[in-house]
Ligand binder design. Structure first.
Ligand code: DHB
Ligand code: FE
Length: 282
């Protein structure tokens, strides 16, 4: 059976991807580079066979006209999306359709009606975290199962619902007997930020640091917050943080935070990561 060995919560800011891809030796951005670079050797040490990436689409594949609450890719590859200036210059994302279908066959009967996408373009919500953790690559080293969450159009799924989806995802992964044995789960987005409106530029360091520590061993402090509280505390786009809770729900109750990183600002956004080593249940 497969084992979930690693969980990672990480920002997906496009500027972060550009820094990690194009500016390894730039003194002006070294502080950001150095905050995120340690995750590369950590992820290599995990020797993953596959990663599940929980992300939100930013009107690249879906739009307000058709926006699933939860969707999953079930393809053998995912093209980088055209985000306005052509497709991003990153490798095509390899998939693992067999693992996707196992998750679908397990998670839907347990009460989460995922929309199944046999064709899916993935935007910076997926490709920036891959760039950060795997470096600028000719090819990404492991196959990816993308799971998209609506954090854009109200009503969005609650923090508790996202965590519960993660629990169902964890059950699915632990019952997988296919070729992928060591699996990682990555939740992307955040940290606090608001990109538009009267509160554009909103950053809440106190809340972000509370989130980074609570997600390790007090996730209930985060799942009890309402969506309105996420919007108020973390900003309209900071509400992306609920996707880290899908990741956390998939892991065991007991985890170890091997790396925590935080920097403000990247772009006009608080950027962070938490790298969790999973303790398999006894
Ligand atoms: C930025 C942050 C995001 O979450 C995003 O999806 C796009 C841009 C930013 O801070 O620039
Ligand atoms: Fe975003």
């Amino acid at each position: 059976m497969a084992e979930i060995v690693a969980g990672l919560g990480i920002s997906h800011i496009p500027t972060l991807g550009a820094i990690m891809r194009e500016r390894p030796n730039d003194p002006d951005t070294a502080i950001v580079y150095d905050t995120f670079e340690p995750v590369r050797s950590w992820i290599a040490e995990m020797e993953l066979d596959a990663v599940v990436v929980i992300y939100n689409d930013h009107a690249a594949e879906f739009s307000l006209e058709m926006l699933p609450t939860f969707a999953i890719g079930a393809a053998d590859s995912y093209r980088p999306a055209d985000e306005g200036y052509g497709r991003s210059a990153v490798p095509t994302v390899p998939g693992d359709a067999e693992l996707s279908w196992h998750i679908i066959d397990s998670v839907i009967p347990s009460g989460f009606d995922l929309v199944v996408c046999q064709s899916l373009d993935v935007d910076h919500g997926v490709t920036v975290p891959l760039t950060v953790v795997f470096g600028p690559a000719e090819d990404w080293p492991v196959p990816v199962v993308p799971i998209a969450v609506n954090v854009v159009q109200q009503p969005t799924p609650s923090a508790q619902r996202c965590f519960d989806l993660g629990v169902a995802l964890g059950d699915a992964l632990r019952s997988y007997s296919g070729s992928a044995k060591r699996i990682g789960v990555i939740g992307t987005g955040g940290m606090s930020h608001q990109l538009q409106g009267a509160r554009a530029g909103h950053i809440n360091e106190e809340f972000d640091r509370h989130f980074l520590s609570s997600i390790v061993d007090q996730p209930a402090d985060l799942t009890r917050l309402t969506n309105a509280e996420y919007l108020t505390l973390a900003g309209s786009e900071g509400a992306e943080l609920v996707m880290w809770l899908v990741m956390r729900g998939a892991l065991s109750e007991s985890v170890t935070a091997d790396i925590t990183g935080y920097h403000i600002p990247v772009s006009s956004t608080a950027a962070g990561l938490v790298a969790l080593r999973n303790q398999p249940a006894a």
